[in-house]
Design a protein. Structure first.
Length: 94
């Protein structure tokens, strides 16, 4: 029995592959932004968001913590970190 791919399957595969490649590139660019702006809590929050969206939750937690070290009043970083910890039970400790 042959293996037949539907056009929907091919589209889904190509979309997922593009998303993974795009996410990896975005993370690399955001890492560069953090290198250029090492004291920027916003740059770190953006990188943490990308880690979270790509499923790299422990890296996201660590990066949100770094963002909060730079600016403890960063509401976005705090909210995203709290939600991530609640959803996944990943340790919030730096």
């Amino acid at each position: 029995m042959g293996h037949h791919r539907t056009s929907a399957h091919v589209w889904a595969y190509n979309t997922a592959r593009t998303w993974v490649l795009t996410t990896a590139r975005a993370i690399e660019l955001l890492k560069l932004d953090v290198e250029i702006h090492p004291d920027s809590s916003d740059a770190l929050t953006s990188l943490a968001d990308a880690y979270r969206l790509s499923g790299q939750k422990p890296l996201a937690v660590g990066t949100y913590n770094r963002a909060l070290e730079k600016a403890s009043l960063n509401a976005d970083a705090k909210a995203h970190l709290d939600r991530l910890v609640a959803e996944t039970h990943v340790s919030q400790a730096p």
